[in-house]
Every structure is written in structure tokens, then in C-alpha cells.
Ligand binder design. Structure first.
Ligand code: FES
Length: 200
């Protein structure tokens, strides 16, 4: 008999749901993004051009809002690697989205420190406040909710990633406050330590 618990990973997780991304609309980098990408690539030796793949994916995601299969093909062509290699990167990192997401992307860390400090209850509260389940987007397109693995601020658990920033020591009872703050003040409502470094 195994003593390992059965883990219910729920739905909406990034893992074990690997499916090919939608083709999406035709994707061509804007001239500005292409110039930015070439500038980034120029910082690497020519034979290491593929080192810029994450930067290229960020540019594609900012341009289109998510990474479609056509966007992967454009990144592959620009970086001169295969689409499969690009897809490997996209499917590994939880900050890349293979379908349209909301304006604010909330990611609750569910790894050990955060799990021990109530991340699961926090996710439950956020689902109630937003009226969606993990992996979904609100009808007004304002929020998407995901569970992710360690966000690297374990001493301030539970940690919630919001877009490119994060919110620390988030208690389940403050879920409404977090959502309201994002609606009214945006990133200014977040408590990520790096955001307040100059003032400490
Ligand atoms: S365990 Fe949650 S940030 Fe590391």
C-alpha cells in the first residue's frame, strides 16, 4: 500500500494538458518589434541566436495577447529554430499563454510554502470573488485565474503573481481587496518587495 496521497490537480492546470495551440490569426511581428528583436539577438553570438527565444515570445505575447501557433511559427522563423523548439519553451513556462487571457492574469502559487500557508483557500476565495474556476477568464475579460508552481518569493507566502509583478502574504480573506485594488489602482495595489525597494 502506498502512503503517497492522491493529488487532485483540478482543472485549468498547465501540466498534463498538452494540446497543440490554435493556429490563431495570421501573425507578423510589427516593424518595431522586429527591430527590437534584432537588437536583442545582436547581443548574442550568431550561433547562439536562439538564446533570444524568451525575449521573442514576450514580444509576440505583448503584440497579440497570447501565443498562437502562428505566433510560434513567426518566433521560430525570426530566431531560426524549429516551431517544435519554440513550443517546448512556451509549454514549459507558465507566463506564456496559448489562448486569449484576461487583462489581469492572477497566478496563485500552490507549491509547498504557499500551500502550507493557505494557498488553496486563497484560490477558493479568488474563484468565488471572480465567479470563475482556475484556468478561466471573467466574462468582462478583466481577469484570468491560474494556479502555478513556485514564484520565487517563498518567505512571503502565499504569493500571487499578477501580470509581470506579484503580491505577497496574501490572505484568503483579502481576495476581494486584491481584486478591487487591481480594478481601481492596477499595479499600484501590489506588494511585491521589488516594487517598494526604494522606499524601504
Ligand atoms: S512556494 Fe510559493 S513562492 Fe515559492
Amino acid at each position: 500500500m502506498s502512503f503517497h496521497p492522491l493529488m487532485d490537480y483540478g482543472k485549468g492546470m498547465h501540466q498534463s494538458q498538452r494540446a497543440l495551440a490554435d493556429e490563431g490569426p495570421a501573425f507578423v511581428f510589427t516593424a518595431e518589434n522586429l527591430a527590437t528583436l534584432e537588437d536583442i539577438c545582436s547581443r548574442y553570438p550568431a550561433e547562439r541566436r536562439k538564446s533570444a527565444v524568451i525575449a521573442a515570445l514576450y514580444l509576440a505575447q505583448r503584440q497579440q495577447g497570447y501565443i498562437s501557433r502562428n505566433a510560434m511559427k513567426a518566433v521560430a522563423a525570426a530566431i531560426r529554430i524549429s516551431t517544435a523548439e519554440v513550443e517546448d519553451v512556451v509549454s514549459f513556462y507558465t507566463m506564456f499563454y496559448q489562448r486569449p487571457v484576461g487583462k489581469n492574469i492572477i497566478q496563485v502559487c500552490r507549491t509547498l510554502s504557499c500551500a502550507l500557508n493557505g494557498a488553496e483557500r486563497l484560490t477558493d476565495e479568488l474563484q468565488k470573488v471572480l465567479g470563475i474556476s482556475t484556468g478561466e477568464t471573467t466574462a468582462d475579460g478583466a481577469f484570468s485565474l491560474f494556479e502555478v508552481e513556485c514564484l520565487g518569493a517563498c518567505d512571503r507566502a502565499p504569493v500571487v503573481g499578477v501580470n509581470d509583478d506579484w503580491h505577497e502574504c496574501q490572505r484568503p480573506e483579502d481576495a476581494q481587496k486584491l481584486v478591487d485594488g487591481l480594478r481601481t489602482k492596477g499595479a499600484a495595489s501590489l506588494t511585491g518587495c521589488h516594487l517598494h525597494k526604494e522606499h524601504s
